[in-house]
Design a protein around this ligand. Sequence first.
Ligand code: NAD
Length: 331
Amino acid sequence: MCDEFMDEGMKVGILGFGGLGQAAALVLQGKRELSWVAVADRHGYAYAPEGLDLKGAIAAYQSTGTVGTMGVPSTQSIADLLGAAADVAGFFLALPNLPNTFFVEVARLFLAAGWRGVLVDALKRTSAMELMFGLDRELAAAGITYLTGCGATPGLLTAAAAIAAQSFAEVHRVEITFGVGIANWQAYRATIREDIAHLAGYDVARAQAMTDDEVEQLLAQTQGILTLERMEHADDVMLERLGICDRHQVTVGGVVDTRNAQKPLSTHMKLTGRTFEGKISSHTFTLGDETSMAANVCGPAFGYLKAGKRLHERGIYGVRTAAEVMPLFVR
Ligand code: NAD
């Protein structure tokens, strides 16, 4: 098959080795164009230029709480990894966005290290993404191509909205509704805490400060269900930046079942607008119910990483969103 974008073994790293980080490493097992060589979590990092051992990494993380036991324990694992692994061409940041400034702090570590390459995140909050836009010039000057909001929502569904908008002369509404089913909330602690931060009476600082027991107690009160409405989700600013609609015309909400791997509802994006003939209509993009959150986040993240590499090779640096760039399929 002809593929002008063919890559062989781009060396990539994963920052954060919780639910999404481990799923991302699993996704990479089936890919020959990307080679997983580096990983960091809160307590350590591991680096193997010839490729990391996934089973060993998961076993180390599950038994000791860090990949540092098979690599190097560290309390500044990202900075140390960057010092040890200069040849990694791209990273997927599967880190918690706690506090809300954390991703900007991580980006600054890459700047401080003088690193050049491609960074991809699955950032969710509008305010966090706006902070990242503020780093555009610095990242561009440093030779870093940073693609933000490259998960499912924001990410896959926002990009689908940007495509759906093309049929319309005017876009009136974009409604994103997600259903997430996970068997055990502790597999995705940051995701669940960040979701709790959207509930009435909570914010990022309060959710971050909650102990695991407090999260358990909250979930016990709701039978494990989190119902989220009008979330502060960056899909709004991503579509606004492209001139598709104003941010207030974008709504994001959903239901998370933390006790059942089955989705409580089908995840979909519905875009409503007016065509040039004056017809009002909607396009809907629905994800298959069998596709997990991990599949719909990690797949796009690596598709954007591959696209980011193409941009980087052409000297296109700085911050772009998942709605501005078409992801490439990774083989
Ligand atoms: P998690 O809690 O399961 O794992 C977080 C990992 O980050 C852990 O391995 C932890 O050790 C590591 N970590 C924490 N602080 C660190 C530090 N200072 N240095 C290095 N590593 C550190 O998290 P998760 O549930 O997999 O979620 C990861 C992120 O993905 C969250 O921010 C979540 O919001 C985001 N997410 C995005 C989407 C989307 O569609 N855009 C969907 C789901 C999750």
